[in-house]
Ligand binder design. Structure first.
Ligand SMILES: C[S@@+](CC[C@H](N)C(=O)[O-])C[C@H]1O[C@@H](n2cnc3c(N)ncnc32)[C@H](O)[C@@H]1O
Length: 215
């Protein structure tokens, strides 16, 4: 399956609320709570500035703000960002999060971040090109944290498969990171089971890569 994950697609997706309309990719990434990889992989980091690239409804961005980070949540969908802002308000972290409506395939930050994370974001450009692009926004000594769908994943919500072009492997991501400039801290392909919004338990196969940009 191939489709154009452009602004119209994502706006339509988020317009009706999280998980609407039913979609095999986005249903596979529940946005009601921060994913466990962000929680686990940032646990040992000193909070600083953070970018959540393709933040959706803001679960991870708000969680980071609640844990001391000064967060920028960026997404191409205004509807997603409206939901994210509501979430930040409910969590009383509004002052610690800035929401930016932007197409991250062309947008450039004014300054690098101590942490750049992206979770299940898949824009119009090839997945590895997107990761290469956002890796340039990590400050020296900072962290890149990528969570994606594993290549060859067999099941997401509704029993659908992630479109192949949006999937990656841990090895493919680490190959993008020049060893002269990056130290890979985590490169894993974990499984987990989630409650996928009325579709019952769903088995997800993910990719998690965390790397430190060498000074
Ligand atoms: C599958 S959702 C994941 C949302 C959230 N990170 C999560 O884990 O629940 C992918 C997100 O990437 C955003 N996105 C896709 N292409 C983008 C682009 N070119 N620039 C910015 N955001 C984009 C979508 O709007 C959507 O919110």
């Amino acid at each position: 399956m191939s489709r154009d994950f452009d602004k119209d697609y994502w706006e339509q997706h988020w317009h009706g609320g999280p998980g609407s309309p039913a979609d095999p990719m986005t249903d596979a990434a529940p946005s009601s709570a921060a994913n466990p990889y962000v929680q686990h992989e940032t646990a040992g980091l000193a909070p600083g500035t953070a970018l959540d690239a393709g933040c959706g409804a803001g679960a991870e961005a708000v969680w980071l703000a609640e844990h001391g980070w000064t967060v920028t949540g960026a997404d191409i969908s205004a509807s997603a960002l409206a939901q994210a802002a509501d979430r930040a308000g409910a969590a009383s972290v509004t002052e610690n999060v800035t929401w930016i409506e932007a197409d991250l395939t062309t947008w450039e930050p004014a300054e690098p971040f101590d942490l750049v994370t992206t979770n299940y974001a898949h824009p119009t450009i090839p997945q590895l090109d997107f990761y290469r692009r956002i890796s340039r926004w990590v400050a020296p000594g900072g962290t890149l944290l990528i969570v994606g769908h594993l290549h060859g994943s067999t099941t997401t919500a509704n029993g659908h498969h992630p479109p192949e072009e949006t999937t990656v492997t841990a090895g493919a991501i680490t190959a993008v990171l020049d060893a002269a400039h990056w130290r890979v801290e985590t490169a894993e392909e974990p499984d987990r089971t989630v409650d996928a919004r009325g579709h019952g338990s769903v088995h997800l196969r993910d990719v998690v890569v965390r790397a430190t940009r060498l000074a």
